[in-house]
Write a protein that binds this ligand. Structure first.
Ligand code: SAH
Length: 393
């Protein structure tokens, strides 16, 4: 069946040619034909020249997302090719041998609106858009063909789905998924709660950045702020930390962090507290509590452009407070996962915090996303994670 055509206004074809897969409301001239939201469309420039095939949802600000810039059918073969190619990329970059990794990172794997994470024998699938929601049966079929997977869980409690007019329900799509899956990452065991955890259950994007703690953790007193289920702190313990103190506002996350410490035999090293990091950092300074290493891995403070100013105040506050309670010559590992906070803004605010705290910073490492969360050049939106390891004196 021939697809309907979506025409892009003159001038707006350039970013598509450069690889940007989104078409915003203001770039659209018209959609021709009998169209239902979520349908596949042929995307054409103002002269009617073919640009690609994508799916469209006029009720979203991003009306269309491009799946391919070739004339091809979006059938099971297309899905098989895309998923195999995502896997191939991970094999070549050494990711596929890991127990847990992101198998598909949406636009950066040329599958806009699809997130697939693998935790051992289990897979978590998120379809974030109306157009992609329609393909979930095919995705499940191809995944079960490619892998000896025991269960696939549809983790769809994602607020962005509401923009697309989708519900936020979770459900099982294939096989069985236990309440907890134990994975191993960097030699540390983690209990991942797929259905009940945050996002897909575990923050896989910080795997490599957790290893930055290797040399600096030996014999150190470490504060793991925004610890979730203990990601950074447990790595620090494995690298020989003397004490690890983890803080998170989520009771469930802290309960799992304690459980993870036990799983790895670090009960005597790791201590956790359910608290607001802003409050806790403020209390620690007058108490005279000091640390060799502090990790700050907050949630995305700026979820959109309007929130940038407030987010910068938040980043400055926690970084300044942390710098004040780091021992002379100690280390700060500080992160931002807000796409809207650029590297320049992030480093700027860290430097502001240092000036106010009367500290000098030296950069030990400047890191970002691992290859299972690739950054697609020409699509800035795929760059979100920034991680700085700094010496503080
Ligand atoms: N460092 C973690 C991931 C952190 S995700 C890891 O390596 O896995 C961000 C965490 O911040 C979440 O667990 C969330 O519960 C927590 N959080 C959000 N706001 C907070 C606040 N004000 N104080 C403490 N924790 C907070």
């Amino acid at each position: 069946m021939a697809l309907n055509s979506l025409y892009v206004k003159k001038g707006f074809e350039q970013s598509i040619h450069e690889g940007h897969p989104w078409i915003y409301k203001n770039a659209i001239n018209r959609i021709r034909g009998d169209f239902t939201p979520g349908d596949l469309v042929e995307i054409k420039d103002w002269r009617g020249k073919f640009l690609g095939i994508g799916y469209a949802n006029p009720s979203s600000y991003i009306v269309a997302r491009i799946l391919t810039r070739k004339q091809e059918r979006i059938d099971e073969r297309f899905w098989r090719k895309r998923l195999k190619s995502a896997l191939n990329f991970r094999s070549k970059t050494g990711i596929a041998e890991l127990d847990a990794y992101r198998m598909v990172f949406s636009e950066a794997d040329f599958l806009p609106g699809v997130i697939i994470d693998k935790f051992g024998d289990y897979i978590v699938l998120q379809t974030l858009t109306l157009g992609m929601d329609r393909f979930k049966e095919i995705i499940v079929r191809v995944l079960t063909d490619l892998f000896p997977v025991k269960g696939i869980y549809h983790k769809n409690d994602v607020p962005v789905r509401a923009i697309e007019g989708l519900s936020q329900e979770d459900c099982l799509l294939f096989g069985e998924v236990p309440d907890e899956v134990i994975i191993e990452e960097n030699g540390v065991k983690f209990c991942v709660n797929i259905a009940g955890g945050q996002k897909t259950g575990h923050f896989l994007d910080q795997r490599r950045n957790r290893v930055l703690l290797k040399d600096i953790s030996k014999g150190a007193d470490v504060l793991d702020a925004f610890c979730y289920t203990g990601g950074f702190g447990l790595n620090a313990a494995r690298f020989g930390a003397k004490t690890v103190f983890g803080v998170d506002v989520s009771e469930d996350a802290v309960a799992t962090a304690r459980r993870n410490a036990g799983l790895n035999g670090f009960d005597a090293v790791c201590r956790y507290d359910v608290a607001n990091v802003f409050d806790r950092l403020r209390e620690l300074e007058p108490k005279g509590q000091r640390y060799d290493v502090i990790v700050l891995d907050p949630p995305a403070f700026a979820k959109n452009k309007k929130a940038v100013e407030g987010a910068l105040r938040g980043y400055k506050e926690i970084n300044l407070r942390a710098m004040k309670i780091i021992k002379e010559g100690g280390f700060l590992l500080t992160c931002s996962c807000s796409h809207h906070i650029s590297w320049d803004l992030f480093e700027g605010v860290i430097f502001e915090a240092a000036k106010d705290a009367g500290k000098t910073l030296r950069v030990v490492a400047r890191e970002g996303q691992p290859p299972d969360h690739p950054v697609l050049m020409g699509f800035d939106e795929s760059l979100y994670l920034k991680c700085l390891l700094l010496e503080v004196s």
